[in-house]
Design a protein around this ligand. Structure first.
Ligand code: SF4
Ligand code: SF4
Length: 451
């Protein structure tokens, strides 16, 4: 990230400033209050592992964030660099004996930095285009999906790859192009007029599904698998059409204002739902953390708390409500990668592993450091490709060679791990946990001759 000092925006008059944080919603003092600088978080941090520098460690970042609040440090480039180099992977909070919420502090600090030092030039334009112009607008995302589908189906992709035209893009984007999944129809569009997607058999519960923004364009087959698994287990499924992007990408980028707008839209869209089911760890974590965005707005904070209490990851929901164990065999060797925002962000580790273990024929192979970040971290692999690449390389060293499938519960990790598989000459398939369960159910139905 390069932001010039001359880009510094004039600070507005603000009544809630804290030291050199001049805007409302500054980092929360209570979050760093318990840090005793013990350093027990250091080894857990991927950026510290790569750089060995204190400023790129959780302890260093907490110290910097606190120093700005104490007026000892300015909000400038030297502060912004380590704050934006954080993956927001939350491994440090798991390692910290005092539960210091480093990720929360990072997000709040980024909110201040982006107001003091807005992105300019092409970075500002690209960021504005995607964060404000695309992600919050499903119809524009669907249009982008259709263009991508045309690129894949028309032969253009083949030509671009054969003529190596693809390599006019920066290397990390060309690598991403190489692992693009096949784009299919978004489920939100498919079930637009369906109202309720009825449970197969007796209805036990009704749930609402967050389809996600990128998720529904790039991985609509995972959303489809989620619907199949839910309906098979007695759930009526509704897809509220007014839902929008969860806002995680905006909050990670420091655009907390748009994050709040999207949060309000989702809270309204899901107000009649008893349960909100999510199959993307990053989105689930964001929805559960909506109250953090409304620390200065008691009315919306209360609504956000009520909403957050209804949000559940699909693996935890299936585990808690009891689901039909598949009977058909899928003979395969699988290893499981803990998405940061599932394991560190939501404390969900065993439930997805149990889903896999309950599929007959599946042999689980332990991945050391399974909860180590893969370097995806939202769009970190686009904004910080070098560090993301180094983190991915280190992650791939832990992936057992003798497995056929790497399973996980987050689309961003799926793209990043697929890139790792391709780049390091592996041959594993990267599959969402719920897809495997759906495949087992489908096989069982085929064997029984059920349509
Ligand atoms: S964040 Fe936690 S683990 Fe890290 S130095 Fe502070 S108290 Fe220790
Ligand atoms: S969130 Fe991850 S990258 Fe950031 S300081 Fe913590 S461990 Fe390091």
């Amino acid at each position: 990230m390069s932001v010039r000092e001359s880009d510094l925006k004039q600070a507005p008059a603000c009544t809630t400033n804290l030291g050199n944080y001049l805007w409302s919603d500054p980092p929360d003092e209570s979050k760093w209050a318990d840090c005793v600088h013990c350093g027990m978080c250091l080894e857990s941090c991927p950026t510290y592992e790569q750089t060995g520098q204190e400023q790129h460690s959780p302890r260093g970042r907490v110290h910097l964030i606190k120093s700005v609040a104490e007026g000892k440090l300015e909000v400038n480039e030297a502060f912004a660099d380590p704050v934006f180099a954080c993956l927001d992977c939350r491994a440090c909070t798991t390692a910290c004996p005092a539960d210091v919420d480093v990720g929360g502090l990072i997000e709040e600090a980024r909110g201040q930095i982006r107001q003091a030092m807005p992105l300019t030039g092409w970075k500002g334009m690209v960021s504005k285009f995607f964060l404000e112009g695309v992600f919050p607008h499903p119809e524009r995302l669907h249009l982008l999906g259709s263009l991508l589908k045309f690129y894949q189906k028309s032969g253009l992709q083949k030509v671009a790859r054969k003529t190596r035209l693809i390599h006019i893009m920066p290397e990390h984007l060309a690598e991403m192009e190489a692992i693009l999944p096949e784009v299919k129809q978004p489920v939100r569009k498919k079930y637009k007029h369906a109202g309720v997607i009825k449970a197969k058999g007796e209805t036990k519960r009704t749930v609402a599904l967050l389809t996600g923004c990128v998720m529904d364009v790039m991985f609509s087959d995972i959303n489809e698998a989620t619907i199949n698994v839910l309906t098979r287990n007695g759930n009526d499924v509704v897809i509220p059409q007014k839902q929008t992007c969860c806002g995680a990408l905006h909050v990670h980028a420091g655009d907390r204002e748009t994050g709040r707008k999207l949060a309000k839209q989702n809270i309204e869209a899901f107000k009649d739902a008893e349960k909100v089911i999510v199959n993307a760890a990053g989105c689930g974590c964001m929805l559960k953390e909506y109250p953090e965005l409304f620390r200065e707005d008691p009315e919306w904070r209360e609504k956000a708390e009520q909403f957050a209490a209804k949000v559940e990851d699909i693996s935890k929901y299936l585990h808690d409500t009891g689901y039909e164990k598949p009977k058909a065999e899928i003979k395969t060797r699988i290893t499981y990668h803990d998405a940061c925002h599932l394991a560190h962000g939501q404390g969900i580790r065993q439930e997805p592993r149990d889903i896999l273990l309950n599929i007959p024929g599946v042999e689980m192979v332990h991945m050391p450091n399974a909860d180590r970040c893969c370097g995806s971290a939202g769009i970190y692999n686009i904004t910080n490709p070098e560090m993301a690449g180094a983190v991915l390389k280190s992650k791939m060293e832990y992936v057992p060679e003798d497995v056929e499938i790497i399973s996980m519960g987050n689309p961003g990790c799926m793209l990043q791990m697929a890139m790792g598989v391709l780049k390091y000459g592996r041959n594993q398939k990267v599959v969402h946990t719920v897809q495997l369960l759906d495949w087992a159910y489908q096989k069982e139905d085929r064997l029984k001759g059920v349509e």
